[in-house]
Ligand binder design. Structure first.
Ligand SMILES: [Zn+2]
Length: 476
């Protein structure tokens, strides 16, 4: 599936949040520390709305790509029943711990001056944001030079939010900025002098569970089950190697999930990751459980099989395929039969290209035909080749991981438009990258199987319960 590599990239990128830790985290949920004085609701909401990571942007982009596909695919099957059948949604209360949300801030305190929340726009600078509040460059200078932490304010991004309090004379009284999920920078005045502090915020991960039966579309059923679009995408990515979510989804398919939710200071910040999931597709049941390996968090089936393949089907997010693998192609420019030994993926210049699988770079160079190119040697005598980059990011001899960026789409060498020419060779023979059988990634090593099963068994039991409840509710 096209989106899977993003999913995998993300998986590897995230080194924290193991299942075995999740249980611990949940049980360790400390009472809110005697920390900062609770702030008015309004401001907290403003901060909670700060768009977080690049990952959310990626996900948004992927959604744009895939939502129309998924809706198209399921439109047909839903037509007859769509009118009467809303997708069924079940939320059950099981043995999972309930969120222990810290008490709301007391409202009996004296009213604070109001906060003016400024959102950083594209091309915005800190000085420009300050200026909107009538604050001059002198204040900006003093704030960012307070210390190393306040210097971070010079690296703000579009979508970030800064909260300001001004005093009666219009001078800066306080400024707050979310540094990370659980750290907030606060600059304020003490005896007329600006000082800064970092407020540690109470971040809590809860496990949630839900399930549903698809009547119309996966997205509709997912949303009705309370899932964010990103979680729906994650689920599709998770099972995307086994189920074709464009063609294989049928009415009556079921999903059941246990996933994380992140709370900051008692308020939902965002959904976290899937911890365990079941998907029943046309009567066939697929299950996956998250587990931390030396490659980071990965998902395995109950018997320890890796959920992902050893290779990405396509090593980039492409716009369309401009030329397929074709051993007897008639070349339009050369006016003769010249095999096209790979797939040409059209994508804008600068689109990142990922290593299709773990391996070692055996060539990273430039010539007049290939332009900037990279070749990677993988296990099982497989070599992948990537041509026409505008820029390479790996060196010969370097080890790369699946999903790692190795270069960017361009049109160097013999290319008439920006695209990636991608080849897949098995034992030196060119194979069609779009149809070649891709091996599964390594299963869990035997030594880790016992630890995995210790994590997996209770989760799978819970999934079983969730599934039972969901189906019971569907019958009613
Ligand atoms: Zn080509």
């Amino acid at each position: 599936m096209r989106w899977s590599h993003e999913f995998l990239t993300r998986l590897r990128a995230r080194a924290t949040g193991a299942v075995r830790d999740a249980a611990k985290r949940v049980s360790q949920r400390a009472a809110p520390t005697a920390g900062p004085i609770p702030e008015p609701q309004e401001r907290k909401r403003a901060f909670a709305a700060v768009p977080g990571s690049r990952r959310q942007w990626l996900t948004a982009g992927l959604l744009l790509l895939i939502v129309p596909l998924l809706s198209l695919a399921v439109e047909g099957l839903g037509n007859r029943s769509a009118a009467k059948a809303a997708d069924l949604r079940v939320t059950a209360t099981l043995a999972l711990p309930d969120p222990e949300i810290p008490a709301s801030p007391s409202l009996s305190e004296p009213a604070e001056p109001t906060w003016d929340v400024q959102r950083v726009g594209k091309g915005d600078t800190l000085a420009a944001v300050f200026k909107r509040l009538g604050l001059g460059p002198g204040v900006v200078h003093r704030v960012v030079h307070l210390n190393e932490t306040t210097e971070r304010l010079t690296r703000i991004y579009p979508g970030d939010e800064l909260a300001f309090q001004l005093d009666d004379e219009g001078k800066l009284a306080a400024l707050e900025y979310q540094l990370s999920d659980d750290q907030r920078l606060r600059v304020h005045r003490v005896d007329g002098e600006l000082v800064s502090e970092i407020q540690q915020e109470n971040l809590v991960t809860q496990l949630k569970h839900t399930g549903g039966v698809i009547q119309g579309s996966l997205f509709r059923a997912g949303r009705e089950a309370g899932l964010s679009d990103r979680l729906i995408m994650d689920m599709a990515g998770l099972f995307g190697w086994d189920i074709d979510f464009v063609l294989d989804i049928r009415r009556g398919d079921e999903f059941h999930l246990i996933y994380e939710e992140l709370y900051r200071n008692g308020e939902l910040l965002r959904a976290g990751d899937i911890v365990a999931a079941t998907f029943v597709n046309q009567g066939e049941r697929f299950q996956a459980v998250r587990f931390t390996t030396e490659n980071g968090d990965e998902y395995f089936s109950p018997d320890g099989r890796n959920m992902r393949k050893a290779f990405l089907r396509a090593p980039l997010n492409f716009s369309y395929i401009s030329s397929n693998f074709n051993p007897s192609r008639f070349h339009p420019i050369l006016q003769r039969v010249k095999a096209h030994n790979g797939t040409d993926y059209r994508a804008p210049t600068g689109t990142p290209v990922f290593a299709a699988g773990h391996g070692k770079v055996i060539a990273s160079a430039r010539n007049k035909y290939n332009g900037h190119y990279v070749f990677i040697q993988h296990g099982n005598n497989i070599v992948t080749k990537y041509l026409h980059f505008t820029k390479r990011t790996v060196r010969k001899g370097q080890r790369v991981k699946q999903g790692q960026v190795i270069g960017y789409v361009g049109m160097t060498g013999l290319a008439q438009a920006p695209h990636l020419h991608y080849e897949f060779l098995v034992n030196g023979v060119h194979r069609n990258p779009r149809t070649v059988d891709l091996p599964k990634a390594d299963p869990l090593p035997k030594a880790e199987l016992a630890a995995f099963q210790q994590v997996a068994t209770p989760l799978l039991n819970q999934l079983e319960l969730i599934q039972g409840r969901t189906l019971l509710a569907v019958k009613d």
